[in-house]
Design a protein around this ligand. Sequence first.
Ligand code: PAZ
Length: 318
Amino acid sequence: MNSTDHAPETPTLKIKAFFKSAPPLKDAAEIETKLKEFVDRNSSSGNGKANRVVCVTSGGTTVPLEKRCVRYIDNFSSGHRGSASTEYFLKAGYSVIFLYRRGTCQPFCRSLPDDPLLECFTSTDDSSIQVDPSHAEVVKRAIAENCSAVSGGFLLKLPFTTIFEYLQILRMIAVSLRCLGPSAMFYLAAAVSDFYVPWESMTMHKIQSGSGPLDIRLAQVPKMLYVLRNEWAPVAFCISFKLETDTDILLGKADMALKKYKMHMVVANELQTRKEEVIVVTEQEKITVRRDTTQPGADVEDPLIKLVVDRHSAYIDA
Ligand code: PAZ
């Protein structure tokens, strides 16, 4: 036995092992090309300065239980926070990389009904489909705003499903945004799995129910916030989120994340009240941000993004 057998596993080593064993991304080359084009376009704006670019993560990651996956463990997140925040960042002049879970809320679609295809359109005869007049305005606005953001090069959408895809794409984004220095921001609203089944110990085929109760041992997902801040994008402005259901532990956990991972801000939210208020934890203060209940349709992301943009400006100036 040599001395390295007992070497403590550093976060970096654990992360290297995670990536080494993860199934490679099928569309890595295509993502790389899209990222390069997006970053090139945003690294020099008209006045010779880099645009501000934020990577917004949104939705929950899944943990597959089988390689040919039939069953998986999921993380709660509708994607509302990420998609609403993306809209406010775009309004504030940022370019956004929206790293989202397939099938969750999309920017500019919040005012559409639950089943937009079936509820927004009517078919009058065999050949024509029309927008239902009651939805015409919101449909037109959603299409126009989305088109102008995407075709203008201000919005790049990248989907994920599993924890393996999410972390590999996040790393690609972080590395490609490094050239923007402090103008880059990470706004990590996705609900990321804490535990997973390592790819090499995962069964290939659907787990059979005939052999009785299922015992699975889940490994801990290495803490990526650590490498994000220390290696992937050490100069970027980083905001992580902390969701709890027990309010008694919420602020303590947010404080711990702030210090342990050297985040610039941690947004603490409680499951039941997350759409009404959040508490932004920084090194110096704890700021409660609330939705303006006097305004119909107002959401908490509006004042939250104003605060974030303000702090990011101060960070860039400093
Ligand atoms: O996506 P959503 O609007 O339904 O919920 C947002 C949220 C609660 C997932 C987000 O604000 C959050 O806290 N994300 C981090 C979750 C975590 O602690 O891992």
